[in-house]
Design a binder for this molecule. Structure first.
Ligand code: 5AD
Ligand code: SF4
Length: 487
């Protein structure tokens, strides 16, 4: 993957007088070429280059998918921009909590207004939210101005679906229930030239009782290690210094491969690839985190000092109802083991408040874990009922006042511990990967420590993409102000 030049040659060689190939990804190369002719004609008609924009909701996995969508759009001739005042806008949606869905509906209203001004505008929707039947019904009934709708399993068909859309007067809808296909080697347009996500597995088999992901992303499928390592090598050759290995539960990577391989072994192999300076991964499930993984992280020069380890709840009773398959004590023991082995690691987490049946005592248990583990950061969410999940039909949906009281108390604890954790780096000089110009102040650059803490410091934009040493001068809650240091 990512060798866009090689792909270009194959696309060029497609013969559109023949019927489309059956095999993937060859079939998509054919449709890319076909789309190109369409876009070229449309551009000539309108006397300007057509523009497109991809809007991402949700997680890192979706962000990576959006890079694939942008890759196709760019490849067929669109100018990809950030503006929703474009000739084509695609929303890559998330449905993990209902507020993500509501945001999509809200913004679709705005898009409808834009489409009235530009009747040639095309609007497409894809991603996790589209895998829900009720969503599709609602869109068909009340959002008839949408041109293309597809889901998570057939995203690799984007070029083909676009072709169908260009040829159709009506909304094109193609949603698959599942797939066992993994189609790679399509064009990708990375958001950052120097860092990239890499899917190592798709789907999830955990079935946490609150979570919709297994229903919208399907069963767990690991990619072959050779394909992953080949992709990382190509990325390194293309100037990438930081990679993030992506999966819903990376710790169970490789279990179902023909030749099983553990996540720890995959990391060992990735470490050897020259040019890659930093390796991150997301997300870890505590129940599957092995001693071997801790050992690899400890030995490694490249694996970042950051572990995102979702707790969800500190109450064993609630954890059981959530089907998390660990207890409060097991989580505490695991966190302590990690902190002992790798003292400079940052541990971050996700917590849900308001799961059915949860009481203030349960929330106190969670607060107790936050205090004991001293998370470097924690994302706290209010439980959102997802239709079709086991938790949605559990008794004891929690009243809003209890949720609010618990949430506020938890948030305060989380902020206090995080602040004191981040503060402990003050005065030190640490390597920072420079990511971008500061969004508020042009004279500043923004980058990230290995432990994921954000640092702002004065510097020239030519440093973007490089790893520089920065002295951490002032701590502002979750981020630092610093200055570069020549060592
Ligand atoms: N309600 C609230 N939060 C949820 N998450 C997943 N499902 C739900 C839900 N139904 C949170 C979990 C997960 C993160 C990505 O989103 O904390 O780790
Ligand atoms: Fe949202 Fe989950 Fe889909 Fe990511 S995988 S976009 S968090 S529903």
């Amino acid at each position: 993957m990512e060798h866009n030049d090689d792909i270009e040659k194959i696309i060029d060689a497609q013969d559109l007088t023949l019927p489309p190939p059956e095999r993937e990804p060859q079939r998509q190369y054919y449709f890319i070429k076909k789309c190109r002719e369409f876009i070229k004609r449309k551009s000539e008609e309108s006397g300007r280059r057509l523009t497109a924009s991809v809007v991402t909701f949700g997680c890192q996995m979706n962000a990576r998918d959006s890079e694939k969508l942008a890759g196709i759009l760019e490849c067929i001739g669109y100018l990809v921009t950030d503006s929703e005042e474009s000739d084509l806008v695609i929303y890559n949606t998330c449905t993990v909590r209902d507020n993500a869905n509501q945001r999509v509906y809200g913004r679709l209203g705005v898009l409808h207004g834009l489409k009235k001004k530009n009747p040639h505008m095309k609007i497409a929707l894809c991603g996790c939210m589209m895998q829900e039947e009720s969503v599709i019904e609602k869109l068909q009934k009340s959002y008839r101005f949408i041109d293309l709708i597809f889901g998570t399993h057939n995203i690799f068909k984007f070029a083909e679906l676009l072709c169908t859309m260009f040829e159709s007067e009506r909304t094109v809808i193609d949603i698959w229930k599942d797939t066992d296909q993994i189609v790679e080697d399509l064009p990708v347009e990375r958001k950052y030239p120097f860092k990239s996500g890499i899917n190592i597995m798709y789907g999830c088999n955990n079935f946490c009782s609150y979570c919709i992901v297994p229903y919208v992303r399907g069963r767990e499928r690991s990619r072959n290690p050779e394909d992953i390592l080949r992709e990382i090598k190509a990325l390194a050759a293309d100037g990438v210094v930081e990679i993030m290995l992506l999966g819903q539960n990376v710790n169970s990577y490789g279990k179902n491969l023909e030749n099983p391989m553990s996540f720890a072994s995959l990391l060992r192999e990735a470490e050897k690839i020259e040019g890659i300076e930093r390796i991150r991964f997301m997300t870890s499930h505590p129940k599957d985190l092995s001693d071997d993984l801790i050992a690899v992280m400890k030995e490694s020069r490249k694996i970042c000092r950051h572990l995102h380890l979702p707790l969800q709840s500190g109450s064993t009773r609630i954890l059981q109802a959530m089907n998390r398959r660990y207890t409060k004590e097991q989580y505490l023991a695991l966190a302590e083991k990690i902190r002992t082995e790798i003292p400079d690691i940052a541990i971050t987490t996700d917590i849900i408040v308001g799961f059915p049946g949860e009481t203030m005592e349960d929330i106190e248990e969670t607060i107790d874990v936050v205090k004991k583990v001293q998370f470097d950061n924690a994302f706290t969410f209010i439980y959102s009922k997802r239709t079709g999940t086991p938790a949605a039909s559990m008794p004891g949906q929690v009243p809003e006042e209890v949720v609010k009281e618990g949430f506020d108390k938890l948030l305060k604890t989380v902020q206090d511990t995080a602040r004191s954790r981040v503060l402990r780096w003050r005065g030190q000089t640490m390597p920072v990967l420079v990511e971008e110009r500061n969004l508020q102040d042009d004279a500043l650059l923004t980058g990230r420590l290995s432990n994921n803490t954000i640092v702002h410091f004065p510097g020239d934009a030519s440093l973007i993409g490089q790893i520089v040493n920065v002295r951490l001068k002032e701590c502002h809650g979750f981020y630092y102000m610093g200055e570069t240091v020549e060592l």
